[in-house]
Design a protein around this ligand. Structure first.
Ligand SMILES: Cc1ncc(COP(=O)(O)O)c(C=O)c1O
Length: 422
């Protein structure tokens, strides 16, 4: 159809209906409604293989079917009221205009103090810390800033879904190292084989979504040895840094001088403070990498929500809030695992994050995406098929459940799963 025909106006019913309120009066175009015309050309996609993410699909299905939603990774509960009061305080005090591009000084200084206390490394707030609109923007910006067309980026699969599209948009190639079911441990000999002269970046993620595994000091040692003498940058996704269980410690790249010198470390306040919808996070990186990061950051978001930054700066001064998170989620993990033990699913270890993997090997031959959909519709519990985290899914018999939910929600989900038909 020619574009002009598509754009022709059409008339719809009387401009004023009998139910129009008394104050209603027709505007200049009253009585003529335009159907949105179609774009007249082709739109070649930069991401032709990407559709709606599985997280949106499963959350929508859960809402449609009334299933308990353990699919998408977000808490069901609120932050302490103090955090909201602090945001309101700063809004009312008039802090509602653009913050400095790199983030408010107060928040960057608070982050520097937190990181120094945790990992023993002093990052300079002026040149080495940048506040971002959440972890995803930090990852996208880092890849866009540091990766050139033709470069290779090593990812560990299963991988958080934003890494590969960011690499493709940078004109680079994603090279995949495998974290194999059921242990999901890195095979460092394989990673070594994947490194080439074109490797620009290695993306790491500990604690790991979706497997709930954490990397050990020895893993970071292997990574450090692997990149020594190269110009490879490490993009270290540590958004679950405060959710590490059983008395173990989080192995941050910020802990090790040789890795910190070549790492862009990403964290997210959304995960730490139960406010995923606020989309505020930060990046730690040596000044040379920060300079390039900020060159792009200033044109991607320029700057991040001012009153929230100021509130977070104050909130961060109470270290018990982030230090207590591991115990908070460890209790939920234990509760959820005890409930799942009453089902026919087999549990994989969960060392960190708020995700629990469960294997259904031997229960059904269904593919994980097929089973996840059926369990949502029939069983009333939504999960994520782990195949969603791969370019070429192996369809291992495993589903991911998010346990950042109220205790009674977790209990009800376990009851439903115990009754599920396999
Ligand atoms: C591994 C991983 N990285 C990054 C993010 C994104 O964090 P944010 O919500 O702060 O953008 C998520 C969120 O689910 C995640 O699981």
């Amino acid at each position: 159809m020619p574009a002009a025909a598509a754009a022709r106006p059409f008339r719809m019913g009387p401009a004023r209906s009998p139910r129009s309120p008394a104050w209603w009066s027709p505007g200049p175009s009253a009585g003529i409604l335009w159907r949105m015309p179609r774009f007249p050309g082709a739109v070649p996609s930069r991401l032709p293989n990407v559709g709606t993410t599985i997280f949106t699909v499963m959350s929508r299905l859960a809402a449609e079917t009334g299933a308990i939603n353990l699919s998408q990774g977000f808490p069901e509960f609120s932050a302490p009221p103090l955090l909201y009061d602090l945001v309101a305080k700063h809004m009312r005090a008039g802090s509602n205009q653009y913050a400095p591009m790199a983030g408010t000084v107060a928040l960057r200084e608070a982050i520097a103090r937190k990181v120094e206390a945790l990992y023993g490394t002093r990052y300079d707030p002026e040149h080495e810390i940048t506040v971002t609109a959440g972890g995803t923007q930090a990852i996208f910006t880092a890849i866009t800033a540091l990766v050139r067309p033709g470069d290779e980026v090593i990812l560990f699969e299963p991988a958080y879904d934003s890494y590969a599209p960011s690499v493709v948009l940078a004109g680079a190639t994603a090279v995949r190292a495998r974290l194999a079911f059921p242990a999901y441990r890195p095979d460092w000999d394989e990673v070594r084989r994947l490194v080439s002269p074109r490797t620009r970046l290695i993306v790491t993620n500990t604690p790991h979504n979706p497997s709930g595994t954490i990397w050990s000091e020895a893993d970071l040692g292997r990574l450090e040895a692997l990149v020594e003498g190269t110009e490879i940058v490490v993009l270290s996704d540590e958004v679950y840094e405060h959710m590490v269980f059983d008395g173990r410690r989080h192995e941050s790249c910020a802990r090790r001088p040789a890795l910190a010198a070549r790492s862009v470390v990403v964290s997210s306040f959304g995960k730490t403070y139960h406010v995923t919808g606020w989309k505020v996070g930060y990046v730690l990186a040596p000044r040379e990498l920060t300079l390039e990061f900020r060159r792009v950051h200033q044109f991607v978001v320029f700057t991040v929500n001012t009153p929230v930054q100021l509130a977070l700066a104050e909130y961060l001064s109470d270290a018990s809030l982030h230090l207590g998170l591991a115990a908070f989620y460890e209790r939920k993990r234990d509760l959820f695992r005890a409930g799942l033990a009453q089902t026919r699913l087999s549990l994989l270890p969960c060392e960190g994050t708020y995700f629990q993997l469960a294997s259904y090997a031997g229960l059904t031959e269904e593919r994980d995406d097929v089973l996840a959909e059926r369990l949502t519709r029939e069983g009333g519990v939504a999960s994520i098929p782990v195949s969603a985290f791969y370019a070429q899914p192996p369809h291992d018999p495993v589903l991911r459940f998010c346990f950042a939910k109220n205790d009674d929600t977790l209990a009800r989900a376990c009851e439903r799963l115990a009754r599920a038909r396999w």
